[in-house]
Design a protein around this ligand. Structure first.
Ligand code: GLU
Ligand code: ZN
Length: 501
């Protein structure tokens, strides 16, 4: 299976811009990208937008946005250009019309005038007679009179590909040798009666014209490969492309909940959801790499550079892969913890901005605060968006600061409020507003003098100043919040509870 790989390597990632981009797409992009980068090949990004009823500009924009977010770079494609452009199929209709015409002229495809009703009727007859349904080749060899008569009726023909009657075999890069008897492959439509070219035509035509050497794509497309291979031969015969058929490798299915194929509609499929939650692109990609590939036994964590260095198709496993959101989160958390603190401080900014905690312009003070708090929250985070709850208390305007009502109900009861008052008094006396003196003052007042257990002593203080029971370490949080704001919040917590009692 490891024939010396023809150079130069050219692969393509060619999604259709429909709906929101999903995990399966990103996995396909990743494997193609890593393959190209490993071998010094070319990664082509092509947009298969020939289905006007399903494609949308919004999906196209989102797709590019998500590709950039994930950190993929493409050598040819939208916004980058390249020698085989345009890379949006909706801009290539004249190319497809020309190829379709040449296929018909060469006798490799033909006009079919059958109506839907006729096709259905003959399918029914085939079923009744125990034959497989599917196009029966009716219009393969129409006479000039028959064509004239159909045209006289005002029928508009589709263009059908004449699938040759031979066994089609290929050596799948992932699954090994595969063969299909093509008498089971009916002649299929390449161009609709209204002149609109279909995926069946445009995908192989562009692979041929763009000189694609390797096609790595999902297993759901395996059944279409034999008929596409037959078309490649026809394209070669009429001189479209280099005449070299690409090698195919079909990436394993991804299974979701209940051992069912992960569907685009499953919530864990939606790539935008991962970005919204603040997954790191490198964390998500690391996890997606494991859906069918492994870098080594017992090794889950790696960088994209390491993946590129190690990636070979031989290590792609044909067995279905299981999508496990918990594992995806754990891998993301590992990457997140490995970020340099300064880097984490930068990465959380868009999430704090989205939550309204930072403005478009981040001030130097805010940057310093972020850099200081980052190491305090890093170990507790799984995704970047969690920074909003974890350190929002430092960035929220005093007028907007609120205490979580549930946490307040539990911890700011009369005993808790009493603790808050004591803390307020003790902290008022602290002159050097730093973690150590803050801690000393609170321990002395609450633990030494009042004999409280640390857990009971510090919980109410934490809720009062951070708004939540879960926060970065308390004394550091107080230092970062500053004396004035800390005291104001303690005072407010005491007063508010008093007022509502
Ligand atoms: N546009 C096709 C899809 O999204 C690409 C299929 C292929 O990779 O050949 O399914
Ligand atoms: Zn027909």
């Amino acid at each position: 299976m490891t024939d010396p790989i023809a150079s130069p390597i050219r692969v393509r990632f060619c999604p259709s811009p429909t709906g929101n981009p999903h995990v399966g797409l990103a996995r396909t992009a990743l494997f193609n990208w890593a393959f190209a980068r490993h071998l010094g090949g070319t990664f082509v990004f092509r947009i298969e937008d020939t289905d006007a009823s399903r494609d949308s500009q919004e999906s196209y924009d989102t797709l590019l946005d998500v590709m950039r977010w994930l950190g993929f770079d493409w050598d040819e494609g939208p916004e980058v250009g390249g020698p085989f452009g345009p890379y949006r199929q909706s801009e290539r209709y004249d190319v497809y019309a020309d190829v379709a015409r040449r296929l018909v002229d060469a006798g490799l495809a033909y006009h079919c005038y059958c109506s839907h009703v006729e096709l259905e009727q003959r399918n029914d007859e085939a079923r009744a007679a125990g034959r497989p349904p599917g196009y029966d080749g009716h219009c393969r060899h129409l006479t000039a009179e028959q064509v004239f008569a159909y045209q006289g009726e005002g029928r508009k023909p589709v263009v059908r590909f004449m699938v040759p009657d031979s066994t089609i075999s290929f050596d799948d890069l992932v699954r090994g040798p595969i063969s299909f008897a093509s008498e089971h492959v009916p002649d299929y439509v390449l161009v609709r009666a209204n002149g609109h070219p279909l995926y069946t035509l445009v995908n192989p035509v562009d692979d041929a014209l763009m000189q694609i050497t390797h096609v790595l794509r999902g297993e759901d497309l395996l059944s279409s490969t034999p008929r596409q291979l037959a078309l490649y031969d026809a394209l070669a015969a009429i001189g479209v492309g280099s005449g070299r058929t690409p090698r195919f490798g079909h990436l394993p299915y991804v299974m979701g909940q209940g051992n069912k194929k992960l569907s685009k509609r499953d919530p864990e499929s939606n790539l935008l959801g991962y970005r919204d939650r603040g997954f790191l692109p490198e964390g998500l990609l690391n996890y997606l790499a494991l859906l069918g590939w492994s870098i080594a036994e017992d090794r889950d964590i790696f960088s994209m550079e390491e993946m590129v260095a190690a990636f070979t198709i031989e290590r792609v496993n044909p067995n279905p892969a299981r999508f496990d959101l918990k594992k995806c989160e754990a891998i993301n958390a590992t990457h997140l913890r490995a970020l340099p603190g300064g880097e984490l401080a930068v990465r959380v900014v868009p999430y704090l901005q989205r939550a309204g905690l930072l403005g478009d312009e981040v001030t130097d003070d805010q940057r310093d605060l972020l850099t200081a708090v980052a190491p305090l929250i890093q170990e507790r985070m799984t995704t970047l968006a969690e920074a909003v709850d974890m350190c929002g208390f430092l960035f929220v305007g005093e007028d907007d600061f609120t205490v979580d009502p549930d946490d307040a109900a539990k911890l700011l009861d009369p005993a808790g409020v009493d603790i808050v008052r004591t803390a307020h008094a003790a902290l008022t006396a602290v002159d050097t507003w730093q973690t150590a003196p803050i801690e000393d003052a609170l321990r002395r007042a609450l633990i030494d003098e009042r004999g409280l257990k640390p857990r009971n002593a510090f919980g109410p203080v934490r809720v009062a100043v951070t708004g939540r029971r879960i926060s970065p370490p308390l004394f550091e949080s107080l230092e970062l919040l500053g004396k004035a704001r800390s005291l104001a919040r303690l005072a407010a917590a005491a007063a508010e509870v008093k007022a509502s009692q």
